[in-house]
Design a protein around this ligand. Structure first.
Ligand code: NAD
Length: 464
C-alpha cells in the first residue's frame, strides 16, 4: 500500500474507532466545531479567494464571496441557531390502541461521513455538507478535487490546524486516494460531481451498504412561456448562465422559447451578457474555464452546433487571443439548437446557451420528460395555469419561478437531484436529518395490556 493510501486508511480507522467509543458530542461541542469551521473560512477569506483564483486561472473575487464564503457562513449561522431544537427528541403520536404508551424519535450521529467534492465551487460544496454532518454529531473526512490543488492544500492545512484528526480531516488529491475513498465503509457518503463518476461511487458504496447522497449534474432547462416578459427573462437567464462562466451545476443549460420570439429573445440575452460582462477577456468579473481540456470541449460543442446549422451569437468579438490565453470562454448563444447536436446531449458546464423554439407548452414539457430528470428547472411567465402545468408535469431536483439559481440559496429547502441528477438532499435541517439516524423509540406503559396478545391465541385475534 502506498503512503497516501496508508495515511487515508489509518486516519479513517482511527476516526471510526473514536466514533464507536465516544458518546455523541453535546450541543456545546457541536457549536464549538461549527465555530471552528466558520473560523477556518472567516479568518482566511482572502487566501481562499486567491487559491481558488489560482486554480481557475482567474476566478472573480466577488463570485467566490457570494457563491462560496457567504453561503458557508449562512449555513453555519442557521445550524448554530437551530441545532438545539433539531437535536431534541421528537414526539410522535401513539396509535389509540397503544395509549398511554409514548413514542419518541431520537436523532443520533451516524458516525463517520465521507464527502467527495467537485472543483466548480470547491469551498462551498466541501463545507456545506460538512456543516450538516458536524451539526448531526458526525466525524468528517473531505476529499477535494484534483483540479483545485491550491485550494485543496489550503483547506487541508487550515482544517488540520483547527481540528483533531479524529474530528475532521481533509485528504490529499492523489488519483489513488480518489479511487480508494468511496470503497471505505463510511457510515454515509456525499458525492457531488458528474453523473458518470456518481455511478462509480454509488457502486463502490453499495458494496459496503454505505448510504450515499448523490449531488449530480445534467441539463437543466429554462422555459420562457409566451406570457413572460422577454426582457426580464433574458436578463435573468444571462446572469444564471454566466455566473462562474457557466460552471454551475444548476445553471440553465438550455432555453426553450416560443418559436416566434426566438431571435428577439436571443438578441436580448446577448445584449444583457454584454452589459454585465462587457467584451474584454481581461474583465475581472468574468471567471476562467478550469482547464484547457474543458475549454477545448466547449469549443468542440460550439463547432459541432455551427456545423449542423445553428446560428452562433456572441456579445464580444471572439478573435482576441486573450480569450484563449486567459482561458476565458467568450459567452456564446447557439440559436436554433436541435436535439441531435452534441450540445443538446451532454451537460454544457460553460458559458454557452443553446436556444430552441417550441410551438406549444405541451411540446416543451414532452421535450423535458423525454430526457434525464434535470437537477433544476426554470420557468418564466405570468400565466399561473401554464406555470402549474409545468410544475405538475415535470420532475426535477428543484425549481425557481421567474429567475434562475435562487432556490439553491433557500437554506430551509432540501437541495438535491432526482434520477440521473442525483438522490438524497441536504442543507439546513434537511442536512441534519440526512446525516442522522432517526431512531424510533417506543416506551411501553405499565397500563398497556400487550400481554393479552401472547399465546395461547385462542380466539384473541378475532376479537381485535
Ligand atoms: P467529477 O465527477 O469529475 O469529480 C467529482 C469528484 O469525484 C472529484 O473529487 C474527483 O476527484 C472525484 N473522482 C473522479 N473520478 C473518481 C473515481 N473514479 N472514483 C472516485 N472519485 C472520483 O465532477 P467535476 O468535474 O469535479 O464536477 C462537475 C460535475 O459536478 C458536473 O456534472 C456538475 O453538474 C456536477 N455538480 C453537481 C452539483 C450538485 O449540487 N448537484 C454541484 C456541483 C457540481
Amino acid at each position: 500500500m502506498s503512503a497516501p493510501l496508508r495515511a487515508l486508511d489509518d486516519a479513517f480507522h482511527a476516526m471510526v474507532e473514536r466514533s464507536r467509543t465516544s458518546p455523541p458530542p453535546s450541543l456545546g461541542e457541536r457549536h464549538d466545531r461549527l465555530a471552528r469551521l466558520r473560523a477556518v473560512v472567516a479568518d482566511n477569506e482572502e487566501r481562499f479567494r486567491q487559491a481558488i483564483s489560482a486554480d481557475f486561472g482567474h476566478r472573480s473575487a466577488v463570485e467566490t464571496t457570494i457563491a462560496e464564503t457567504l453561503l458557508v457562513f449562512s449555513e453555519v449561522r442557521h445550524a448554530t441557531k437551530h441545532l438545539k431544537s433539531w437535536m431534541a427528541p421528537q414526539r410522535i403520536a401513539t396509535a389509540l390502541q397503544f395509549l398511554p404508551a409514548r413514542n419518541r424519535l431520537f436523532p443520533q450521529p451516524l458516525g463517520v461521513v465521507g464527502i467527495i467534492a467537485p472543483w466548480n465551487y470547491p469551498l462551498q460544496l466541501a463545507l456545506a455538507p460538512a456543516i450538516g454532518a458536524i451539526a448531526a454529531g458526525n466525524r468528517v473526512i473531505i476529499k477535494p478535487s484534483e483540479l483545485v490543488p491550491h485550494f485543496s492544500a489550503l483547506l487541508r492545512e487550515l482544517v488540520a490546524a483547527r481540528f483533531d484528526a479524529t474530528e475532521m480531516l481533509v485528504t490529499g488529491i492523489e488519483n489513488e486516494v480518489a479511487k480508494a475513498f468511496p470503497t471505505l465503509p463510511f457510515d454515509h457518503l456525499v458525492f457531488t460531481g458528474s453523473t458518470r463518476v456518481g455511478r462509480i461511487v454509488a457502486e463502490a458504496a453499495g458494496r459496503n451498504l454505505t448510504p450515499v447522497t448523490l449531488e449530480l449534474g445534467g441539463k437543466s432547462p429554462a422555459i420562457v412561456d409566451p406570457s413572460a416578459d422577454l426582457e426580464e427573462a433574458a436578463e435573468r437567464i444571462a446572469y444564471g448562465k454566466l455566473l462562474n462562466a457557466g460552471q454551475t451545476c444548476i445553471a440553465p443549460d438550455y432555453v426553450l422559447v416560443p418559436e416566434a420570439s426566438l431571435q428577439a429573445f436571443a438578441e436580448k440575452v446577448r445584449a444583457h451578457m454584454r452589459r454585465m460582462f462587457g467584451t474584454d477577456p481581461n474583465n475581472k468579473d468574468y471567471t476562467s474555464i478550469i482547464s484547457d481540456r474543458h475549454y477545448a470541449r466547449l469549443e468542440r460543442l460550439v463547432a459541432d452546433a455551427a456545423q449542423r446549422g445553428a446560428k452562433i451569437l456572441q456579445p464580444a468579438k471572439a478573435d482576441d487571443p486573450n480569450w484563449k490565453a486567459r482561458r476565458k470562454f467568450p459567452p456564446t448563444l447557439v440559436v436554433g439548437a436541435t436535439p441531435e447536436m452534441a450540445i443538446m446531449q451532454e451537460e454544457i458546464f460553460g458559458p454557452v446557451l443553446p436556444v430552441m423554439g417550441f410551438r406549444e407548452a405541451a411540446e416543451a414539457i414532452a421535450f423535458i420528460n423525454g430526457r434525464d430528470r434535470p437537477l433544476a428547472l426554470y420557468w418564466f411567465g405570468k400565466d399561473r395555469t401554464a406555470r402549474d402545468e409545468v410544475l405538475m408535469r415535470t420532475v426535477s431536483g428543484g425549481v425557481t419561478v421567474n429567475d434562475c439559481l435562487f432556490h439553491f440559496t433557500q437554506i430551509n429547502q432540501p437541495m438535491g437531484g432526482v434520477g440521473a441528477s442525483g438522490a438524497g438532499a441536504y442543507h439546513g435541517e434537511w442536512g441534519f436529518r440526512t446525516f442522522s439516524k432517526l431512531k424510533p423509540v417506543f416506551y411501553r406503559s405499565k397500563l398497556n395490556r400487550l400481554a393479552d396478545l401472547y399465546p395461547p391465541y385462542g380466539g384473541k385475534i378475532a376479537r381485535l
